[in-house]
Design a protein around this ligand. Structure first.
Ligand SMILES: Cc1cc2nc3c(=O)[nH]c(=O)nc-3n(C[C@H](O)[C@H](O)[C@H](O)COP(=O)(O)OP(=O)(O)OC[C@H]3O[C@@H](n4cnc5c(N)ncnc54)[C@H](O)[C@@H]3O)c2cc1C
Length: 388
C-alpha cells in the first residue's frame, strides 16, 4: 500500500459512498480523461461528459429526494468534483458551478422556487452564477446591475462578465442592486433569470489561457423583465446568499485544484521514473526525490484539510467563511506550484503539447483567481483572526 492508498483507506466512506466513488472514478478514467485534450484544444463544451454525469445521476446529489435529487454529503460531493477534475478540469468546474447554483436555491428559496428550479437542476439543466462585473469583481459593493420594481415585475439593467457557462445555462442566479433600497443594510438582491428572457443577451465569449472547454461569457441585461416571484430570499436579501454561495463553492474550487494537482503529480512521477538520462532516470536525482516527497505530503495534507472543511459544512457549522477561504488558498496555491514544477520535471517536453503537463499548468492558474482571488481569500482568513 503506497502513501496515497493508505490515506484513502482511512477516509471512512460508507459502502454506498464507496460505490458512488467507484462509479465516478470509472467514468472519469474511461471517458473523461481520454476526451480532455480534444475538448481543451477545440475549446469545445464537454456535452458528452455532462450527459454521462446526468445519466449517472450526479446532478441530483445536492438536491433532496422530494425535489428529484438524491442528496449526499457535501464531503462526497467534493470528492466527486476532485475525481472528475483529475480527468477533465473543465468538466469538474462546470459540475461544481451547477451545484453552486443549487445550494443557495435549496437554502434560501421558498417552496415554490425549490419546486420550480431544483428538479430541473437534478435532471441535468445547467445553472450559472453571475456576480462579477467590470468594476466589481473582488469588490461587490461596486456592482452596477440594477433591479427596479415595476408592478409585479422587476426590470433588470446591467452587465456581468466572466460568467462560467453563462452562454449555455438554462438559468442564471443573478446578483444586482435593488433600486428602491431604503439605505439600511445591503441593497444586494438575487434573482433567478431564465435563458431566453427578452433583453438577456450573451454579447461575448472569452478566449482563455486554459479551461477552454468551460465557456466564459459576458451577459447583458437591457430592460429585462422578470416576475418578482423569481427573487430569492426577498428584496435586499442577496448578501447572505452571496456569502453562503461562496462558502460552499470555494471548497469545490479547492477540490477542482486538487484534482489538477494530483493528475500532474501522477504524470510527473511516472515520467520521472521512466525517462532515462544516461544510466539514470530523472527520479534518481535527489532534488527530484525531495520535490515529489514534499508534494506527496502536500497533496495528502491538503486533502485532509478539504475533508475537514467539508465536514464543517456537513454538520452545519455556524461560520465556515474563513475555513472555506483557507482550503481554497491552500489547494489552489499548491496546484499552481506543483503543476509548474511538473512541467520542469518533463524538461523541454513539458513545454510542448505532447504531454498534458502544460495544459494542467495553464488550468491551474485560474484556480488562484476565481471564487475570490487568493489575496481576497487571505483577507477573509486574516479578518477572522483579527475579529476573534
Ligand atoms: C475563467 C473565469 C471564470 C469565471 N467564472 C465566474 C462566474 O461563473 N461567476 C462570476 O460571478 N465570476 C466569475 N469569474 C470572475 C472571477 O471571480 C473574478 O475575475 C475574480 O473574483 C477577480 O475579480 P476581478 O477580475 O474583477 O479582479 P480585480 O478585483 O480587479 O482584482 C485585480 C487584482 O487586485 C487584487 N485585489 C483586488 N481587491 C483586493 C483586496 N481587497 N485585497 C487584496 N488584493 C485585492 C486581486 O487579488 C487581483 O490581483 C470568472 C473569471 C474567470 C477568469
Amino acid at each position: 500500500m503506497d502513501l496515497f492508498e493508505q490515506f484513502e483507506s482511512m477516509r471512512h466512506w460508507s459502502d454506498e459512498e464507496k460505490i458512488v466513488i467507484d462509479q465516478v472514478t470509472k467514468l472519469a478514467d474511461q471517458e473523461f480523461k481520454p476526451r480532455a485534450d480534444k475538448y481543451a484544444e477545440n475549446a469545445e463544451f464537454p456535452w458528452e461528459n455532462l450527459n454521462a454525469i446526468k445519466e449517472l445521476g450526479l446532478n441530483g446529489i445536492c438536491i433532496p429526494e422530494k425535489f428529484g435529487g438524491s442528496q449526499i454529503s457535501y464531503r462526497l460531493f467534493t470528492e466527486i468534483a476532485y475525481i472528475i477534475s483529475q480527468a477533465c478540469a473543465a468538466t469538474g468546474i462546470i459540475y461544481g458551478t451547477n451545484s453552486a447554483v443549487g445550494h443557495p436555491i435549496l437554502q434560501f428559496g421558498n417552496e415554490q422556487q425549490k419546486e420550480r428550479f431544483l428538479p430541473r437542476l437534478a435532471s441535468g439543466s445547467l445553472g450559472a452564477l453571475a456576480i462579477t462585473e467590470s468594476e466589481g469583481g473582488s469588490d461587490i459593493s461596486r456592482m452596477k446591475t440594477t433591479f427596479k420594481p415595476d408592478g409585479d415585475d422587476i426590470i433588470i439593467n446591467g452587465e456581468k462578465i466572466f460568467i462560467t457557462t453563462g452562454d449555455v445555462a438554462d438559468f442564471v442566479l443573478l446578483f444586482g442592486k435593488w433600486t428602491e433600497h431604503d439605505g439600511k443594510g445591503s441593497p444586494l438582491t438575487a434573482i433567478v433569470l431564465e435563458k431566453g428572457t427578452p433583453g438577456f443577451e450573451v454579447p461575448r465569449l472569452e478566449k482563455k489561457m486554459g479551461m477552454s472547454a468551460s465557456s466564459t461569457a459576458t451577459l447583458s441585461f437591457i430592460d429585462c423583465r422578470v416576475s418578482k416571484d423569481n427573487v430569492i430570499n426577498g428584496v435586499c436579501g442577496g448578501l447572505p446568499i452571496l456569502l453562503y454561495t461562496l462558502n460552499k463553492s470555494r471548497p469545490s474550487v479547492a477540490a477542482n485544484a486538487l484534482g489538477i494537482a494530483k493528475a500532474a503529480f501522477d504524470d510527473g512521477l511516472e515520467y520521472a521514473s521512466e525517462r532515462k538520462i544516461g544510466k539514470k532516470v530523472v527520479m534518481d536525482f535527489q532534488y527530484n526525490q525531495y520535490l515529489m516527497a514534499d508534494y506527496a505530503n502536500d497533496i495528502i495534507s491538503t486533502k485532509a484539510l478539504l475533508d475537514y472543511v467539508a465536514r464543517l459544512i456537513d454538520v452545519g457549522a455556524a461560520d465556515v467563511g474563513a475555513a472555506s477561504s483557507m482550503i481554497k488558498v491552500k489547494a489552489t496555491d499548491l496546484c499552481m506550484k506543483l503543476t509548474t514544477d511538473v512541467v520542469q520535471l518533463f524538461g523541454g517536453g513539458g513545454y510542448t503539447t505532447e504531454y498534458r503537463a502544460e495544459r494542467l499548468m495553464r488550468e491551474a492558474k485560474i484556480t488562484q483567481i476565481w471564487e475570490g482571488t487568493n489575496q481576497v481569500n487571505r483577507g477573509v482568513i486574516a479578518n477572522s483572526l483579527i475579529q476573534n
